[in-house]
Design a protein around this ligand. Structure first.
Ligand code: C5P
Length: 208
């Protein structure tokens, strides 16, 4: 069983992906971490994020053992990731790893932007998680304040809008729901309610 969870930044898809994987006894891959790790490695090499030759080399030589690096969760790296994620060579280099991960028994939950459309078009269940940008910005703002980062709500909202636009408008594998994805709007749901709703949707789909 493969479960694809896509959606914009701070929609809750990461937390949902992790909990859904635990619930169904599946492996979990947060595919955003792959793009974040490529951005980190490009920056470590002192190259520009738009430098496709360096970025592709970083993607090809990515060490999956470094995906738990806490630096990948830092503010700023998500924006950097969305810049390298526009490069077709980077996406191509990361595709095999993601597909092999998904195919390994007993199956997996992958969350990202293009799982239902490109990485796993044959996924058993596809969920597209959304929420209003203001609500996502509020969640991200609280998260950053709790990390001691004194950023303003307006700045976080501007970054969310900018990243949404970059991810949705890129030519290659843009963020969008697959035609057969089930939409889950978490604007008015806390994480418990969103999790219950997602489990219900998945159970209904696999019993069909
Ligand atoms: O989900 P997360 O915020 O960690 O993703 C960081 C960036 O990586 C996204 O803004 C997006 O540009 C890129 N990404 C992608 N395709 C995926 C996962 C993430 O393009 N499957």
């Amino acid at each position: 069983m493969i479960i694809a969870i896509d959606g914009p930044a701070a929609s809750g898809k990461g937390t949902l992906g992790k909990r859904i994987a635990q619930y169904f006894g599946l492996a979990h891959l947060d595919t955003g971490l792959l793009y974040r790790a490529v951005a980190r490695d490009v920056l470590v090499r002192g190259a520009a994020l738009e430098d496709e030759e360096v970025a592709v080399d970083c993607a090809r030589n990515l060490d999956p053992g470094t995906l738990d690096d806490p630096k990948l969760r830092e503010a700023g790296i998500g924006e950097a990731a969305s810049i390298v994620a526009r490069l077709p060579g980077v996406r191509a280099a990361l595709l095999t790893f993601q597909r092999e991960f998904a195919r390994r028994p007993p199956g997996a939950v992958l969350d990202g932007r293009d799982i239902g459309t490109v990485v796993c078009p044959d996924a058993t269940v596809k969920i597209y998680v959304t929420a209003e940008p203001e609500v996502r910005a509020r969640r991200r703002h609280l998260e950053r304040l709790s990390q001691g980062d004194n950023v303003s709500y307006e700045e976080v909202l501007a970054l969310i809008r900018e990243r949404d636009a970059r991810d949705a408008n890129r030519a290659n594998a843009p963020m969008r729901p697959a035609d057969d994805a089930i939409l889950l709007d978490t604007t008015n749901l806390d994480i418990e309610a969103a999790f219950d709703a997602a489990v219900g949707l998945i159970k209904r789909k696999i019993s069909q």
